[in-house]
Ligand binder design. Structure first.
Ligand code: SF4
Length: 413
């Protein structure tokens, strides 16, 4: 996750505020490292950030850094550095980009936010709900920084999340508390946790609402805008700043809808993006779809930060439910039902599956899902082969040809 590249699309007035929120996030972390207070926790993107914030930590998300490296195309300089250390080119390219950048002691955050570097962790906290790569990734840094690495092992590939799953994850979350109290020097205050979970719920509800404005025809924004504006939902959920930001953005989007402002001129086709973004190609792809009068109105990826299960009155249980009920944890049947609901809600004409070479966890085209959905929903699906960060896996020429042919097919339907 992170800030992508801009394109020819219509800019938002809210972008200025977005930049302030993101800058504040990194500058506060930088200050904390310099002062030695508050303590810094690294967290996976769908890890228990609320618990960490409630215990006084500032929270840093390495996956966000991975996305920044991808969007700035720096990833290609760093992946081989991690490969040379034995981290395979076939594993998560967020991991290899991030570890490579660390080994080179470089980051674009220095230039973008005027900070001294990636903030050093006092503790690393993961959740395997998304994949196992995050566990290995965090253990690398645990060895480097000699700080505790703790985490949650989540059920994956389940059709339904049961009460037994939720109780297990909730117990594991509670089990993190003693180490976190030791590192932070602060006792967990349940009222503070309830407050943070409430802020995350509000952030998530607003993020859902802003994404749903794309169900308007024409859509006021596209997937490429979503990838930029999702920054606060990822790195600042559980804070008032994120809530304030999405209230501003929602007003602007509602205004666009009211005035019939289209993100894509003469919108003719409405598409769904399944899978990871291709961070280094966001601008080119945004321009391509603009030229083809096709608007990507919804995606699995950006919807992944909607957590409707958060309940401030029942923080541990609801956090466990929210983080176990995410799309990536589910089996194929559940995922297909989910996509069908979105296709109907957003009046989608076609689905693009991104098969990301280094992220099998977020690539859902490998077990015949496109063929099944095509038959079930009666709309065409296209598989694009690429990667989130490793552009060696992406043939632009082939992708553009396939996308153009796909849109031609939609024209004929
Ligand atoms: S889900 Fe995919 S992209 Fe995200 S950390 Fe895991 S392997 Fe990497």
């Amino acid at each position: 996750m992170g800030l992508g590249q801009s394109s020819d699309r219509r800019e938002f007035s809210a972008t200025k505020k977005l930049k302030q929120v993101m800058a504040q996030h990194f500058q506060e972390l930088d200050q904390a490292v310099k002062r030695g207070s508050p303590k810094v926790a690294w967290c996976t993107s769908v890890g228990p950030a609320e618990l960490l914030r409630a215990m006084g930590f500032l929270v840093y998300f390495p996956e966000n850094h991975g996305a920044v490296l991808g969007a700035s195309r720096k990833a290609m300089d760093y992946i081989p550095v991690a490969n040379a250390l034995g981290y395979s080119p076939d594993i998560c390219s967020y991991l290899t980009s991030d570890v490579g950048a660390y080994l080179r002691r470089e980051t674009p955050l220095v230039q973008t936010y005027g900070i001294s570097g990636v903030p050093k962790p006092d503790v690393l906290v993961y959740n395997t709900n998304q994949c196992r790569d995050v566990q290995d990734w965090f253990h690398f840094y645990g060895r480097e920084f000699k700080v505790p690495v703790i985490g949650i092992t989540s059920p994956r590939g389940v059709e339904e999340v049961t009460e037994a799953h939720v109780k297990d994850v909730a117990r594991q979350m509670e089990g993190l508390v003693p180490t976190l109290e030791q590192v932070s020097g602060t006792k967990l205050d349940m009222d503070r946790l309830r407050h943070v979970v409430g802020l995350s719920r509000r952030c998530s509800d607003l993020w859902k609402e802003v994404l749903e404005t794309a169900s308007a025809v024409p859509s006021p924004w596209t997937f490429f805008d979503h990838t930029i504006h999702m920054g606060p939902a990822v790195v600042a959920r559980g804070t008032q700043e994120a809530v304030d930001y999405y209230e501003i953005l929602l007003k602007e989007l509602q205004e666009r809808v009211k005035n019939g402002v289209a993100a894509v001129e003469e919108e003719r086709h409405r598409l769904y993006w399944e899978g990871m973004p291709i961070w280094g190609k966001l601008r080119d792809l945004a321009n391509l779809f603009m030229r083809l009068h096709s608007c990507i109105v919804a995606s699995t990826y950006c919807n992944s930060w909607i957590f409707t299960d958060f309940d401030p009155d029942d923080p541990f249980h609801s956090m466990a439910k929210a983080y176990t009920n995410i799309f990536i944890c589910h089996a194929e049947g559940w995922k297909e039902d989910y996509i069908e609901r979105i296709v109907n809600q957003f009046q989608i004409d076609g689905i693009l599956f991104h098969d990301a070479k280094t992220c099998p966890n977020n690539s859902n085209s490998r077990y015949s899902m496109p063929q099944r959905l095509q038959k079930r929903l009666g709309i065409p699906c296209l598989v694009i082969h690429g990667d989130l960060n490793d552009l060696r896996c992406y043939s632009e020429e082939q992708a553009v040809t396939n996308i153009e042919a796909f849109v031609e097919q939609l024209e004929e339907n």
